[in-house]
Ligand binder design. Structure first.
Ligand SMILES: NC(=O)c1ccc[n+]([C@@H]2O[C@H](COP(=O)([O-])OP(=O)(O)OC[C@H]3O[C@@H](n4cnc5c(N)ncnc54)[C@H](OP(=O)(O)O)[C@@H]3O)[C@@H](O)[C@H]2O)c1
Length: 284
């Protein structure tokens, strides 16, 4: 199968590249801005035809959660029109689409891990545009799955783990929020989850939740990052109001992974995956 990867220079895109060698039966076509802009429908329609694309993995998105609050138009163009265009292009050649969404489609008021069927209620622009993107993919009628993930990190780009490792080396102490609860996701694990579902095949539209296993706060995550990296930086637990940001975040966004596990996807424990990522970062 010819698999088109959009947004291939981001965290997830690079993680797909990293594991692609394990799937020699497929040809991966990596694309990103400025050459392949997912807001450009005619370009996508030509590309899927020219490359005989059988599946699209959409790793492209507007992911700057705080910036989205003041750039709603651009965030919507990329997070709503983008997946809509990809779904239409996929449908035009009978290809399958794997689209990635977020735990931020929920309001964070639940106290139980969130299922795919739970009501969405985004509390910020980023979450709202991502939810609208899901709806557009479903409406298109193409064979598609949406995988909602959370707290993504990797060896690539900018992410919480890399930021904390840098700050941990620069500072003696740090304040981190303990009242936002969720589960981190190592992008390599998500890339394997995507490939497992693609290889299994799917028809129609479906939604899955995927993160690593376990439940923690950003404070606990930071403590673990420093412990694994051997950094003695002191970490103090603070509340979200003490660290104001442009966008409000859901207080609780743990995802229930029962459905994706039943589909044969493995869900590694968050700390094991964190150790793998930090050891790769230390070798760089
Ligand atoms: N990061 C997280 O914590 C997190 C959490 C939950 C869900 N997710 C979702 O997971 C997916 C992957 O996230 P990620 O962290 O890997 O994202 P990322 O590192 O920000 O990568 C996104 C990529 O998409 C590209 N892009 C932006 N606009 C584009 C356009 N119009 N056409 C084509 N490419 C475009 C970006 O290029 P530029 O860099 O040039 O803009 C970048 O290379 C996204 O759907 C995101 O919403 C992420």
């Amino acid at each position: 199968m010819n698999i088109l990867v959009t947004g291939a220079n981001g965290q997830l895109g690079n993680s797909v590249r990293k594991i692609a060698g394990n799937y020699p039966q497929h040809k991966f076509i990596y694309t990103d801005m400025p050459e392949v802009d997912i807001t450009n429908l005619p370009l996508l329609e030509d590309l899927v035809k020219k490359e005989s694309v059988g599946a699209i993995i959409n790793c492209a998105a507007f992911t700057a959660v705080d910036k989205a609050e003041s750039c709603e138009e651009l965030a919507a163009k990329i997070n709503v029109d983008g997946p809509k265009n990809l779904a239409l292009a996929a449908k035009s050649v009978g290809a399958k689409l794997v689209h990635i969404s977020t735990d931020y489609v929920f309001d964070g008021k639940s106290s139980l891990p969130l299922k795919e069927t739970d009501a969405t209620q985004p509390i910020g622009v980023y979450g709202r545009t991502k939810r609208q993107g899901e709806i557009e993919v479903e409406k298109s009628g193409c064979d598609a799955i949406v995988i909602r993930t959370a707290w993504l990190y990797s060896e690539y780009g900018n992410n919480f783990v890399k930021t904390m490792l840098r700050l941990g080396k620069e500072r003696e102490s740090l304040n981190v929020v303990y009242d936002q609860i969720g589960t981190p996701t190592y992008a390599t694990d998500l890339a394997y989850a995507i490939m497992t579902l693609l290889e299994k095949g799917f028809k129609g539209f479906d939604t899955y939740h995927f993160s690593n296993e376990g439940v923690i706060s950003w404070f606990d995550f930071t403590k673990a990052i420093f412990e694994i990296a051997g950094l003695g930086t002191k970490v103090s637990a603070i509340e979200s109001f003490e660290y104001p940001t442009a966008a409000e975040r859901p207080a609780y966004s743990v995802l229930n992974k029962r459905k994706i596990k039943a589909a044969g996807v493995s869900v590694p424990y968050w700390k094991e995956s964190l150790k793998t990522c930090i050891s790769l970062l230390e070798k760089q």
